[in-house]
Design a protein around this ligand. Structure first.
Ligand code: SF4
Length: 500
C-alpha cells in the first residue's frame, strides 16, 4: 500500500448530528477533500491517523478501532472479500515504519458529538495551547524523543478525551483475592480445562442443562457463546444464570457486535449482581455470517479492546464511562479471545499485548490444530514479555465429522487445519470420530508441554458428550475430581455411542 492511499474503495463520510456554524462546515468540507483521498478518512471526527500509520481504520467492515479482528488475513477482509483487511495494512505499514508500538495505545470509541465534524480546528487550538514557538521548536529538535513528545502534546489530548484516557501501559488488576473459581485455580498453578456448551435455540433448556451437568465435573468453568456466527440463540447471560443455579461456574461471553456502551455497562452490572464473575469479551462474528435478512453492519459502538478497558475501569476505578461513581462496582474476571493463526503471529501478538494492557486477564484462543504454529505465536508473546501477565487456555475441538473439519478449515476465520490431519480424518472413513479423538489427545499432549500455556478450552461444538472421555484420557482431570454417578453413566454411554 503506498504512503498515501488515493483511489481507495469509496465509503461515504460520516455526517454530523448537528448543524455546525458556516466556518466549521467549510473547514470540514476542506478537511474531507484533503484527508479523504490521502488517508481514506471518513470524517469520524475523532482522528487517530497518527496512531494508525496514517491509514484511516474506519474502513474496517466491523468498525474496529484497536487492531485486526480474529479473521484478518493478508488477502482480504473476511466480511467482504472484495476489499483488503485495512487493519492488516495498518499493521504492515506500522511495522515497516518502526511505529508498531504506537499501536498499543487503547483508542477510544467514537464520540458521536464529534462525528462528521472537522478536527483541524481542534489541532489549531491545541497548538496555541501548547504555544506555537514551543511546538515548532520541539518539532525541529534533533532529538527524536523530544519531537515525539511535542507531537503528542498536541495530538494526545485530541484523540484521548478525559472520559477515556487510553494509554499503552499495562494495568494490573486492582484486587488480590480471586474473584472466581476459575481464577483461583489458575492462580494456584493448576492446568485447567474449560468447556463450552451451546445455548439452546428455543426456550427449552433441558438438553443444555443435561450437557452442563455432564461436562461440569470435568472442567473449571463452562462457556456459553453469545450468538455465534451472528445467529440468534438464548442469551449467554441467561444460560450462565441457569448454570449458576446448578452449581456450575459459567464464563459469560459478550460480543461487541450486539452491544452499545450503555447496554454493556448495564449488562455487566446485572451479571455481576447475579453472581457471574467470568466474562469473555469478543468482537463477535460479523452479521454477514448470520442467516438472512442481514441487519446493519456499519454501526459498531465498541470493539473488544474498548470493552475490556471499560470493564476494567468499572471494576478497578469504580466509575461508569461518563464518570459517575459506582458505589459497588462489578466483580469481573476479564477474559478475551486470542487468534494465533489470523494475519501474522507478530501482528496478533501485538494485538493480544494490547488486550492484556487494557485489562484482559485470561485468553481463550481460537481453535488450534498446529502446535508448531502455536509456538511461533507464543514466542512472539514471550518477546513482548507478557506471558506472565495473562493465563492462556488453548482452544481445542474434537471434530465430529470430516465435513465439519473441512468446513472449519475453509470457512471459519482464523482457523486452519494442516493437510496431514485432514488426510488422517479422510482415510479413517467410518472411524472418523475415533481418529478425531486420537488427534485431539495428541494435540493436548503436545500443547500442555508448552511454556506459557495454562490450560485447554474444549469447544466440542455439538459433541459435548465426548468431553468426559477427552478430559479423562488426556489426563486433565482436576485434582479434586469425583465422578457423579449420573454423569458417569451418561458420559460412558454417550462417549461409546458417539464414537461407535
Ligand atoms: S478482516 Fe476484520 S479487522 Fe480486517 S477489515 Fe475485515 S472486519 Fe476489519
Amino acid at each position: 500500500m503506498p504512503i498515501f492511499t488515493p483511489g481507495r474503495r469509496w465509503q461515504p463520510p460520516f455526517m454530523p448530528f448537528k448543524r455546525e456554524p458556516r466556518a466549521s462546515r467549510l473547514l470540514a468540507y476542506l478537511e474531507r477533500r484533503v484527508k479523504g483521498p490521502l488517508f481514506g478518512c471518513r470524517m469520524c471526527g475523532n482522528c487517530l491517523l497518527q496512531e494508525t500509520a496514517f491509514i484511516c481504520p474506519m474502513e474496517c467492515a466491523k468498525g474496529v478501532r484497536n487492531g485486526p479482528c480474529g479473521g484478518s488475513t493478508e488477502e482480504c477482509c473476511y466480511v467482504d472479500e472484495t476489499r483488503p483487511c485495512i487493519w492488516y495494512h495498518i499493521y504492515d505499514r506500522a511495522f515497516k515504519m518502526g511505529r508498531e508500538e504506537k499501536l498499543l495505545e487503547v483508542l477510544p470509541p467514537l464520540d458521536w458529538d464529534q462525528v462528521g465534524t472537522e478536527t483541524w480546528g481542534d489541532v489549531w487550538h491545541q497548538m496555541r495551547e501548547v504555544g506555537m514557538g514551543k511546538f515548532f521548536g520541539g518539532m525541529l529538535s534533533r532529538k527524536a524523543a523530544k519531537r515525539a513528545a511535542t507531537w503528542d502534546s498536541v495530538f494526545y489530548p485530541i484523540r484521548q478525551q478525559d472520559w477515556w484516557q487510553g494509554d499503552s501501559k499495562y494495568h494490573p488488576p486492582g484486587y488480590e483475592e480471586p474473584l472466581s473459581e476459575l481464577e483461583r485455580r489458575l492462580k494456584a498453578g493448576e492446568f485447567v480445562v474449560t468447556g463450552e456448551v451451546a445455548p439452546p435455540m428455543s426456550t427449552a433448556t433441558g438438553k443444555m442443562c443435561r450437557m452442563v451437568d455432564l461436562v461440569a465435573p470435568y472442567v473449571a468453568a463452562v462457556n456459553f457463546t453469545d450468538n455465534p456466527s451472528a445467529t440468534c440463540r438464548m442469551s449467554s447471560m441467561s444460560c450462565s444464570i441457569h448454570a449458576l443455579g446448578r452449581g456450575v461456574e459459567p464464563v459469560m461471553q459478550i460480543a461487541a457486535r450486539d452491544r452499545t456502551r450503555t447496554g454493556l455497562q448495564s449488562e455487566v452490572m446485572g451479571a455481576s449482581s447475579l453472581g457471574i464473575r467470568n466474562v469473555l469479551c469478543l468482537s463477535g462474528d460479523s452479521g454477514r455470517m448470520g442467516p438472512p435478512p442481514m441487519g446493519r453492519l456499519d454501526v459498531v459502538d465498541l470493539d473488544s479492546v474498548q470493552m475490556i478497558w471499560l470493564l476494567r475501569r468499572m471494576r478497578d476505578e469504580g466509575h461508569y464511562l461518563d464518570g459517575r461513581p459506582i458505589k459497588f462496582p462489578p466483580q469481573l474476571f476479564i477474559g478475551a479471545a486470542a487468534s494465533p493463526f489470523a494475519s501474522r503471529p507478530e501482528f496478533q501478538a501485538l494485538r493480544e499485548h494490547k488486550k492484556i494492557n487494557a485489562g484482559a486477564q485470561f485468553f481463550q484462543t481460537n481453535l488450534v490444530f498446529d502446535p508448531d504454529g502455536l509456538d511461533v505465536w507464543l514466542n512472539e508473546l514471550a518477546k513482548r514479555d507478557v506471558l506472565d501477565k495473562v493465563y492462556i487456555l488453548v482452544g481445542i475441538t474434537p471434530v465430529k465429522s470430516l465435513k465439519m473439519a473441512q468446513y472449519m478449515d475453509r470457512d471459519v476465520p482464523g482457523v486452519s487445519i494442516p493437510q496431514p490431519l485432514l488426510k488422517r480424518l479422510e482415510d479413517a472413513g467410518d472411524g472418523v470420530q475415533e481418529e478425531s479423538v486420537a488427534i485431539t489427545l495428541e494435540l493436548i499432549e503436545a500443547i500442555r508441554q508448552k511454556e506459557g500455556v495454562n490450560g485447554i478450552h474444549l469447544m466440542a461444538v455439538g459433541w459435548e458428550e465426548i468431553v468426559p472421555r477427552i478430559v479423562t484420557e488426556g489426563n486433565l482431570l482436576p485434582p479434586d475430581f469425583k465422578v457423579p454417578e449420573e454423569a458417569e453413566s451418561a458420559g460412558a454411554e454417550a462417549g461409546q455411542a458417539a464414537t461407535s
